[in-house]
Structures are given as structure tokens and as C-alpha cells.
Design a protein around this ligand. Sequence first.
Ligand code: COA
Length: 252
Amino acid sequence: MHDSGKSRHRCVILGCGGHGRVVLDILTNTGELEVVGFVDSNSEMHGRRIDGIEVLGAPSDLPRLCRELNVSRAIVAVGDNGARRALADQVETMGFELINAIHPSAGLARNVTLGRNIVIAAGALVCAHCQIGDSVILNTGCLVDHESLIGTATHICPGARLAGRVTVESGAFVGIGATIIQSTRVGFEAVIGAGAVVIEDVPPMSTVVGVPAKPIKRIGKTADMHAWLIPERAPRRIPPPAVDIPLSAKAP
Ligand SMILES: CC(C)(COP(=O)(O)OP(=O)(O)OC[C@H]1O[C@@H](n2cnc3c(N)ncnc32)[C@H](O)[C@@H]1OP(=O)(O)O)[C@@H](O)C(=O)NCCC(=O)NCCS
């Protein structure tokens, strides 16, 4: 806990659901920042308190809250990968500095690189030379082994274990207790089911489950309307041409 009398930077947490409460707990444990409140689009929560911290208003109230409460830092604590990324972009455009929440019991190698708006929960381990992108959640007790690349707005759920040199592309979801062997790639917005054991690359936007993991569907549940709003990803979603190109066709 924070024990010095010096003034701390003030921040707000976007999202007062389960993940928001975890983030409040982490920030309270580190004590480095003063949480002045939550903001949440659910108006039924406005004015309520969670663990003593008030839900101050909606994300659209942030510019006013920034002026009135002298707060310039924020963290987006929304579980949905696409929504978290989109909100982080909006908050940054408003001029807020996005902060990370790293539990004191998490273990990070010295040479791990971190983006912004990252949550690393209690007991998570991140080993040498890993790169963790913006808006990533490394949830309770997960393991990310050496030289792994964890892409923007991904969620590595509690107890998931990633061996060395794993790549998780943006928007992917690695379910609770899943295991991914070394040097494999999880495609963008793919979903790895709870307890799955991934032994080969996972195609983008597919869902895989089981031991060893096998696909059950293309276009996972994480594909949502927010993803359509992200320009750099939109072209990938353009439907294939109506005329099939024969698989045997040679490139010119
Ligand atoms: C993989 C997952 C996303 C699939 O959800 P879904 O799209 O709603 O799929 P369904 O529940 O319709 O299941 C489809 C089939 O896959 C099977 N299945 C689903 N999840 C499975 C899993 N984790 N392992 C093995 N089989 C699974 C179902 O039994 C079903 O099989 P059937 O067609 O033979 O009946 C979900 O089951 C899952 O594992 N989510 C992870 C949850 C998690 O980690 N939460 C932590 C949050 S911090």
C-alpha cells in the first residue's frame, strides 16, 4: 500500500464491471495512483459506489470530469477486446494519458516491453524479452514465457500458459487454463476455449477447443461492431470475391 504523504497522480477507471473491480483492487494495492472514480456507460450505475469509489458518469462526461476533478490519467477496464481498444482510442483522443495496472505480485522480467492501458493481474508471470501491446489483459496467474509477442487488445485469461516465442495477434482471446506450445501463432481475433491445448497455429477469427485444440467455428464471439470501427482492420473483413479462384491456379 501507498504510505508516503506526497501527492499522487489522479486517475479514473472506465468500466465498473468485474474487470473494473479487479483493476481498482490492483491500483489500490500498488498505491501509486489515486482512483477518483469510475465512469461507465450504464446510467443505472451512476452515483453508486463500488468499494467506496463512486461511478461518476458516462465516458462522454470525461472532458468535464477532467476539468472539475483535475484528473488526467485513465485506464479502460472493459473485458471485451474490441470495446476496450475502441474506448482506449477515444480516451486518448480526449487528451488523457493511458496508464497500466500491474499487481505487485505479478512477476515481470527486466527486459519486458509494455504498451499502454495494460492490466497485469495478481500472480501473472511474464518472462524475458516478451513484448506486451496496448490494451492487453494478462489475467490472474497466467504465464507468458520468453520472447512471446502479445498483440494489441488481447486477453490472456486466468491460468493460461504460453510457452516461449508464442505470438498472439490483436484481439485474440486465450481462455482460462489454456496451454499454447512454443513458437505457435494465434491469429487476430481468434478464440481459444477454456482448457484447450494449442499445438499448431490458430487461423484468424476462428474458435478452437479441446486437447489438442481443433476448430469449431470461424469468426469468434469477440468479433463485434467495435472491430468494424477500427480502420486498419476493416479491409480484412471485406467478403471474398463471388467467383472462386481454383486452388490450383498459379500466381502470375
Ligand atoms: C470456446 C467457447 C468460447 C465457445 O463458446 P460458444 O461459441 O458459445 O460455443 P458452444 O458453447 O456453443 O459450444 C460449441 C461446442 O464446443 C464445445 N465446447 C465449448 N467450449 C469448449 C471447451 N472449452 N472445451 C471443449 N469443448 C468445448 C461444446 O461442448 C459444443 O460441443 P457440441 O457442438 O459437440 O455440443 C467457450 O466455451 C469457452 O471456452 N470460453 C472461454 C471462457 C473463459 O475462458 N472465461 C474466462 C474469462 S476471464
